[in-house]
Each structure stands twice: as structure tokens, then as C-alpha cells.
Design a protein around this ligand. Structure first.
Ligand SMILES: NC(=O)c1ccc[n+]([C@@H]2O[C@H](COP(=O)([O-])OP(=O)(O)OC[C@H]3O[C@@H](n4cnc5c(N)ncnc54)[C@H](OP(=O)(O)O)[C@@H]3O)[C@@H](O)[C@H]2O)c1
Length: 326
């Protein structure tokens, strides 16, 4: 079968490997689509939280049809169904004609959810849902969200609207402001403007409990932003889009009584019961069935991965690049 094979950091090629056979509790998925996410970029460079031995097939989530079961109730139940799936923790991932994974890493798709949209069902939607649960738990009256042009940003505003929590978005390119505002943010601020910190401080000062969701991680912006938010704000760091060292000042925590914590879906998912996962996925499928769509800027074949990566890296806010694995 045809696969993308990662032989070392950033060293990948189109290759042929034998089609695997599922063991008990596993399924073989004939892959249809898989997105390129920021976590895949980190995986390709060897900088992702989950490390796998080389050579390995990259790709963390996708969709397809279950064509073989290794036995067991869960695996047999999925046979011939369209599924959203994630890669196993060890072994090969989604950027392949076929993927072997655990049955509990697949969820059958509702009839009106397409294989394209279904390929992005796990990573961002489950993260957006978790964020809103955290916001509700701390009784947040405002969410401040960096990298607001992201696919995740659009999902967070969708669930925040249901929870009646306003979301302020932070972007680095002023020209994206109107487009990002149209994705459900109450206000949008450009972090590159000289008056940014003063404007944000004024706009947020009347809020009592602010949740700051940050995907940037490095440089000065995230910690300068935290410093102008009201006291007792909570910052959740969940991305490292800026690889520069972070300019973190302990005063943020010390005098303003702020809290800072990390979020990683892989670890968070392990804390959830199977019932909670099923309920969350149902909620997401309902959102997709109701017409919510992640923007797809380009669909590419495995042979076009290099160009696809370049397109995605140069214009991430324009939408996802999907690998067509058919
Ligand atoms: N921790 C977890 O479990 C978890 C789960 C899901 C997602 N995430 C993270 O969530 C973030 C968004 O994911 P996504 O799939 O929604 O992304 P996406 O749709 O591909 O969009 C990425 C966004 O990041 C912005 N960006 C990239 N580099 C930046 C930088 N150095 N400074 C400021 N903005 C930058 C881009 O804006 P421009 O147009 O300005 O380039 C774009 O709007 C990623 O960091 C991803 O790793 C984490």
C-alpha cells in the first residue's frame, strides 16, 4: 500500500509498505481524507509531544471506511462503516492508503457528515468542547483567544455562543480582522498594533473572570497580554506556534494572582470516560450535521505533500489542507 514515510525529522517520501492485518480489538481503515494540522507540522520536525520510532507514517487524524476487523465487539460493530479515526499511540498514522488502529480510536460518522468534514472530527472539536467546559467550570465571563483566525477559533466561538460567553480574538495580521469578526468573535485585536495592549486592557477591565486561551506560547505577546488582563485571569497554554523562547514574567502570577496551566488533548482524553467521549462526539456530529464546516483551502494527493505543506504554512488562516488518500 502507498504511504508517506517519515524517515527522520523533516525527511519524508512516498513509499510502499505491506498492508497490515488487524489483531483482536483493531480495525483496518481504508483511508479517505486526513488534514494537515499544526500538530502534524510538529510531528514531522520531531517536536511533537508524542514520539514514534522512525521510519513511521505520520498523520494524527482522518476518516475512511472500516474494511476489516480483528474481532471483538467494538471492532466488529464498525465493519463497513464510515468512520472518523485517530492514529494509534505507537505505529503508523493516517497518511496512508490503509491504517491499522484500535477500534476505540474510531467513531462511526452520521450519514449526513461527509468524509471530508469527518476527517477533522477529533482534534479541534474535542479541544474546543473541553475549553468551553473549562470556561463554564471557572464561571468565566470572557474568553480571550489568540491565533483567532484558526479553525479551532471558529469552533470555540460556536460552543461559546451556546454557553453565552463572549470571545475576544487576537490576530497578528490586521487585514484578517473583518473575516475573523465574521466567525463569531465579539471583538478582534491586532497584536502588531502599537496601541494593542492599552486597547485590550481598556476593553477587558470590566470583566471579572477571564480565560485566556493561548496557542502562541513563545515570544513576548502571550505574557504581555496576560499582564494587561484583569487580576485572577487564567491562562491555558495549548500551542507553540511561535517557537521563540517565551518572555515570561513571574509578576504576572505573583502580584496579579493569575494562574497558568497547560492543555494537551492526548492527555486530557485519557481522563475521560468512554461515555463522556461518546457524548462529546455526538455533540460534534450534531454541530457538523447542522451545517458547521471547517474551511478547506486545498485538497492534495500524497504525491503533492511538499507543495501542500508549503501552501498551508504560508496561509494557515485560509483553511485546512486535506490529503486525499483515495
Ligand atoms: N494542545 C492540544 O491538545 C491542541 C489541540 C488542538 C489544537 N491545538 C493547537 O491549536 C492551534 C490552532 O490549531 P488549528 O488546527 O485550529 O490551526 P489552523 O486552523 O491551521 O490555524 C493556525 C492559526 O495560527 C496562526 N499562527 C500561526 N503561527 C503563528 C504565530 N507565530 N503567531 C501568531 N499566529 C500564528 C495562523 O494565523 P496567520 O494567518 O497569522 O498565519 C492561523 O490563524 C495550534 O497551535 C494547534 O497545535 C492544540
Amino acid at each position: 500500500m502507498k504511504v508517506i514515510l517519515l524517515k527522520g525529522p523533516n525527511e519524508f517520501e512516498l513509499s510502499e509498505i505491506p498492508k497490515p492485518v488487524p489483531a483482536k480489538g483493531q480495525v483496518l481503515v481504508k483511508m479517505a481524507f486526513s488534514p494537515i494540522n499544526p500538530s502534524d507540522l510538529a510531528f514531522l520536525t520531531g517536536n511533537y509531544g508524542l514520539k514514534k520510532a522512525f521510519p513511521v507514517v505520520p498523520g494524527l487524524e482522518g476518516s475512511g471506511v472500516v474494511v476489516a476487523s480483528g474481532g471483538g465487539f467494538l471492532a466488529n460493530r464498525l465493519l463497513n462503516k464510515n468512520v472518523a479515526c485517530t492514529a494509534p499511540n505507537t505505529g503508523n498514522g493516517t497518511w496512508a492508503e490503509y491504517m491499522l488502529t484500535d477500534a476505540n480510536k474510531c467513531m462511526d460518522l452520521q450519514k449526513n457528515v461527509s468524509l471530508k468534514q469527518g476527517s477533522m472530527l477529533f482534534v479541534n472539536p474535542l479541544t474546543a468542547l473541553s475549553f468551553i467546559k473549562k470556561a463554564k467550570k471557572m464561571h468565566a465571563d470572557l474568553i480571550v483567544f489568540s491565533a483567532a483566525g484558526s479553525a479551532l477559533g471558529q469552533m470555540v466561538t460556536h460552543f461559546a455562543k451556546e454557553a453565552k460567553i463572549p470571545v475576544f480574538g487576537l490576530i497578528r495580521k490586521e487585514e484578517l480582522k473583518e473575516e475573523v469578526l465574521s466567525k463569531g468573535f465579539s471583538e478582534v485585536f491586532c497584536t502588531e498594533k502599537t496601541e494593542y495592549l492599552e486597547t485590550l486592557k481598556t476593553a477587558t477591565k470590566s470583566f471579572k473572570k477571564v480565560l485566556f486561551l493561548d496557542a502562541i506560547g513563545g515570544g513576548r505577546m502571550p505574557y504581555e497580554t496576560l499582564n494587561v488582563l484583569p487580576d485572577n485571569s487564567k491562562m491555558i497554554i495549548y500551542g507553540r506556534l511561535d517557537q521563540k523562547p517565551s518572555d515570561f514574567s513571574p509578576q504576572n502570577i505573583l502580584f496579579k494572582q493569575n494562574t497558568v496551566e497547560g492543555y494537551w488533548l492526548s492527555k486530557e482524553a485519557q481522563k475521560k470516560s468512554i461515555v463522556e467521549v461518546v457524548l462529546d462526539v455526538r455533540k460534534i456530529q450534531k454541530m457538523l450535521s447542522a451545517g458547521f464546516e471547517t474551511t478547506i483551502q486545498k485538497t492534495i494527493k500524497m504525491e503533492e505533500l511538499k507543495d501542500g505543506l508549503e501552501t498551508y504554512i504560508n496561509q494557515m488562516s485560509s483553511g485546512k489542507v486535506l490529503l486525499d488518500l483515495n
